[in-house]
Design a protein around this ligand. Structure first.
Ligand code: SF4
Length: 406
């Protein structure tokens, strides 16, 4: 599967031989596609889904401007597909867009409006509405279509949602259905709205359901989430650094509060089984040392941090520069080490195509990169100093934007 050609040039750091690290480098740098058939049918603005060796699922950016500089290319070779970095290559499988996404429910709702498929996950959104947009306090990186004009009042019926879930499960037996909702200013954090869908899915199908919501104001709604049949819950803090959280997630900061995220996660970790409470920390929107502090804080509570990599779009480039795989690999190692130290189960959080999971990094970590002192030593390195510079530039940019918004 893995072939290496002789290169006449001295090579930079190469990641192609290890699927776990290659996944991170691909998510960060994207891929260019030479095959016109693949380009036309598979690569959309949300990337191309690919299976690397060892069944490592990854969604690779391929349409954004920054991917034009990627060293990686997908091309056809002897009737199969490979990814090459110009020096070595590795065989891949393309994950086709599921057919059901082109179909509609009996009442005429396109399944693609209700369901999004990400790796092995099926994300179901019964109401694509987020009230942060009403007050222009949406998360600055939000790449979803929660603000599309026709979605303001959209609420899909239980039957439409069940048909969509059935179609998804028939075509791609999924281990997990992700039930997701945007912000609504109610004490229950949206769980009261999701409850009928959650109960109906659990009753009709033999599948696991994760609820991705914003933390409710009262803990009793977390109990209620568990009692309604949710197998897992995610309250995504996204950014651990307090100041950057307030700047990048103004709605979450003003209407929920960082402390409420942490308290709700802590409470949920006492209610749900080990490894089933998770929270995203987006890599690239804060310094790596800060993400590591978030990892420590969360794993101390028994919460699994999930680390997606920020994907700049042409109109939203919030990323701290420079951001390279060399800089962020120690963060993933730190995650794996922290999870292992706390003995948190990693069986639940897996097969994510948009984020690396602890299980995928096992082989990399076992090679023995020291990470325990990352937070303290990072800013002493040349890369760390550059990242600190990128951070101050990002803070300034966001402040300017806030001022300009008024
Ligand atoms: S909570 Fe933030 S990321 Fe989620 S839909 Fe609303 S604005 Fe977008």
């Amino acid at each position: 599967m893995f072939n290496r050609r002789k290169s006449p040039m001295p090579t930079k750091k190469k990641y192609i031989a290890d699927p776990g690290t290659l996944k991170i480098d691909l998510m960060l740098r994207g891929v260019r596609i030479e095959d016109s058939v693949v380009k036309a049918h598979t690569c959309g603005s949300s990337g191309i889904d690919v299976l690397l060796p060892q069944d490592t699922a990854v969604n690779i950016p391929c349409a954004e401007a920054f991917t034009g500089n990627s060293p990686y290319v997908i091309r056809k070779k002897h009737g199969a597909y490979v990814i090459t970095d110009g020096d070595a290559e590795v065989g891949i499988n393309l994950v086709e867009r599921p057919d059901f996404l082109s179909r509609k429910s009996a009442s005429g709702v396109p399944f693609s409006k209700i369901v999004e498929v990400r790796g092995a996950l099926t994300v179901v959104t019964p109401s694509p509405r987020c009230d942060f947009f009403k007050d222009s306090v949406e998360c600055r990186y939000c790449a979803g279509n929660f603000n599309a004009p026709d979605r303001e009042q959209a609420v899909y019926s239980e039957e439409d949602v069940l048909e969509a879930v059935e179609a998804a499960l028939k075509e791609r037996p999924s281990r997990i259905i992700y039930l997701s909702i945007g912000f609504s200013d109610t004490p229950d954090g949206g769980i009261e709205f999701l409850q009928p869908y959650l109960k109906a899915i659990k009753k009709r199908f033999n599948c696991l359901v994760a609820v991705e919501a914003l933390p409710p104001k009262e803990n009793r709604w977390i109990d209620e989430t568990y009692a309604s049949g949710a197998d897992s819950v995610l309250y995504n803090l996204e950014i651990f650094d307090k100041e950057l959280f307030e700047l990048i997630c103004p709605g979450r900061a003003k209407l929920i509060g960082r402390q409420r995220y942490l308290d709700a996660l802590e409470y949920a970790a006492r209610v749900f089984p080990s490894g089933t409470v998770a929270s995203h920390l987006i890599v690239g929107l804060e310094p790596p040392g800060s993400t590591c502090m978030g990892i420590d804080y969360m794993t101390d509570m028994g919460v699994v941090p999930v680390l997606p990599i920020y994907r700049p779009t042409n109109d939203k480039a919030l990323r701290i520069d420079p951001l390279t795989t060399e800089i962020i690999l120690p963060v993933y190692k730190h995650l794996y080490t922290a999870i292992s130290r706390k003995k948190i189960s990693i069986n639940w959080v897996r097969d994510l195509s948009m984020a690396s999971t602890p299980a995928e990094l096992r082989s990399f970590v076992d090679k023995g990169v020291k990470s325990a002192t990352l937070s303290e030593s990072f800013y002493k390195t040349g890369l760390g100093r550059k990242a600190a510079w990128g951070l101050s530039a990002l803070r300034r940019k966001l402040r300017v934007r806030e001022t300009g918004d008024k």
